[in-house]
Design a protein around this ligand. Structure first.
Ligand code: ADP
Ligand code: MG
Length: 148
């Protein structure tokens, strides 16, 4: 199972994604460059994860993160995209994003409609928010990884 590689720590610069308007779906996703994605261990399967994240050593927030080939868009490149559960005043392209993957939510699914995708996203976020209240996960917000 994918869980054996967790928690998984990653950091890297936020780069431009495919500009296909995930923001319009109400879900901006901060993309990592390929070198960060390539470091992922093999045991980490494609799918949606929950965890915690910070931007430029700022406050640590809850997040959901997708690893995969983006089947909805018939993607060919593996990606690692983080949706931080926080409202930011500005974009943070070029800044350093630190993430800790803590749990697996579900494998990649091919969605048949935008509505289906949005509904699943709401479920993912609800599940993540609930899980991330557990002390075993909350403790990672104070991990030295975020201050080093
Ligand atoms: P791209 O295709 O360039 O990744 P997106 O529509 O996915 O574009 O938007 C991602 C960008 O939105 C991030 O790189 C970041 O700068 C910004 N952003 C603003 N708020 C958030 C958030 N809560 N989570 C993730 N990214 C956010
Ligand atoms: Mg994105």
């Amino acid at each position: 199972m994918s869980q054996i590689a967790l928690p998984y720590f990653a950091k890297g610069e936020v780069v431009k994604g495919f500009g296909r308007g995930s923001r319009e779906l109400g879900c901006p996703t901060a993309n990592y460059p390929e070198d960060v994605v390539k470091k992922l261990p093999n045991e980490i399967e494609c799918g949606v994860y929950f965890g915690v994240a910070s931007v430029d050593k700022g406050e640590v927030h809850d997040m959901v993160l997708s690893i995969g080939y983006n089947p909805f868009y018939n993607g060919t490149v593996r990606t690692m995209e983080t949706h931080v559960l926080h409202t930011f005043e500005n974009d943070f392209y070029g800044k350093e994003l630190r993430v800790v993957l803590l749990g697996f939510i579900r494998p990649q699914i091919k969605f048949n409609s935008l509505e289906e995708f949005k509904q699943k996203l709401r479920e993912d976020i609800a599940y993540a928010s609930n899980e991330l209240q557990k002390p075993e996960y909350v403790k990672y917000k104070n991990d030295s990884f975020f201050t080093d």
